[in-house]
Write a protein that binds this ligand. Structure first.
Ligand SMILES: C[S@@+](CC[C@H](N)C(=O)[O-])C[C@H]1O[C@@H](n2cnc3c(N)ncnc32)[C@H](O)[C@@H]1O
Length: 304
């Protein structure tokens, strides 16, 4: 599948319920952010779970943003780290330069950011790289599956932000192989953070050797999870403990990983099309001996 075949199609902007701007992709038939708020989502599902305070003493923090889109997730990290004068090195992977360009041309979007962060976003748009005091960054434009190999081996990441479109719409960025390549880029104790709580994705991340945590929804009644934190093991056991932001997977979430929903997306060649990845998984699900996910839903009183 060539980069040309993956296209966002027409993009149109709209205002989300917290007043921040998001985009809709005609090709993926999906919004970039939840309707409740682009800013809200970036803060609740990425910035808070990153818990940047725990990294303040690091010489330099390494961050990889997979699917930077308009740049919300990274921009909130930049604001926080610039304020505390923590040096960081950033890498971004993104196939389409239009979202960030549309963002910086939008008055509402740009009003979110300090002058320093506006300057960084402008440099990403114009030059693909930036330097701010002791911090610096590079974006690699193209299919993240290929471009990830252009990140020099010497870099391992404290934080990987994975914000691809949903697995059913963009399965090529949720495959066992791609998730494993991200897991291999984590530093010991490093966190991969994603809004996604799908069983297939969690099961793949666990098989890559990462410890799983579930991001606690702000309003518990809304949803059972706000996403996943996957942590690379350190020498000392890295037990996931109850926290105000995330917790170990509940019994219900563990059992979800034993159902057919946990059959992974696969892309052995690294070049499969979206249709091929979906068809491969469907076939594997049909012959799977795992529990039917409908039974799990019934057992746990899930209506969707
Ligand atoms: C949900 S949006 C990301 C939203 C973003 N984090 C933000 O704050 O605006 C998904 C992004 O994935 C990008 N994308 C889709 N397929 C890709 C691929 N194969 N490689 C890299 N980026 C891809 C899209 O261009 C889009 O910008």
């Amino acid at each position: 599948m060539s980069t040309k075949e993956i296209s966002l199609g027409d993009l149109h902007s709209f205002q989300t319920n917290d007043g921040s701007i998001s985009l809709h992709s005609a090709f993926f038939q999906e919004n970039f952010h939840s309707l409740s708020g682009a800013s809200k989502e970036a803060k609740e599902k990425f910035l808070k779970p990153a818990q940047l305070n725990r990294l303040r003493n690091a010489k330099r923090i390494h961050i990889l943003d997979v699917c930077i889109g308009m740049g919300y997730n990274s921009a909130y990290m930049f604001e926080d780290l610039n304020r505390s004068n923590t040096p960081y090195q950033w890498w971004g992977l993104e196939i389409d330069p239009r979202p960030i360009h549309l963002g910086i041309k939008n008055k509402i979007f740009i009003s979110n950011w300090s002058d320093e962060v506006r300057e960084i976003l402008n440099s990403i748009d114009k030059r693909g790289c930036w330097v701010h005091k002791q911090s610096k960054g590079n974006i690699l434009w193209g299919d993240a599956r290929e471009k990830i190999d252009f990140i020099p081996q010497m870099f391992s990441f404290d934080l990987i932000l994975l914000d691809a479109f949903s697995p059913t719409k963009c399965p090529i960025l949720w495959t066992e192989e791609f998730l494993d390549s991200l897991a291999n880029k984590l530093a010991p104790g490093g966190r991969l953070i994603t809004y996604c709580s799908a069983a297939a994705i969690r099961a793949s991340l666990r098989r890559s050797g990462l410890e799983l945590g579930s991001i606690i929804p702000t309003k518990q009644r809304e949803k059972w999870s706000n996403g996943t934190i996957a942590i690379s093991p350190t020498k000392s056991p890295n037990k996931i403990k109850q926290d105000t932001i995330w917790q170990p997977l509940t019994m219900m979430e563990e059992e979800h990983l034993l159902t057919r929903a946990a059959v992974p997306y696969r892309d052995p060649s690294g070049h499969s099309s979206i249709a091929q990845v979906l068809a491969r998984r469907h076939k594997e699900q049909l012959s799977s001996e795992l529990e039917d996910t409908t039974n799990w839903k019934r057992r746990w009183g899930k209506t969707h």
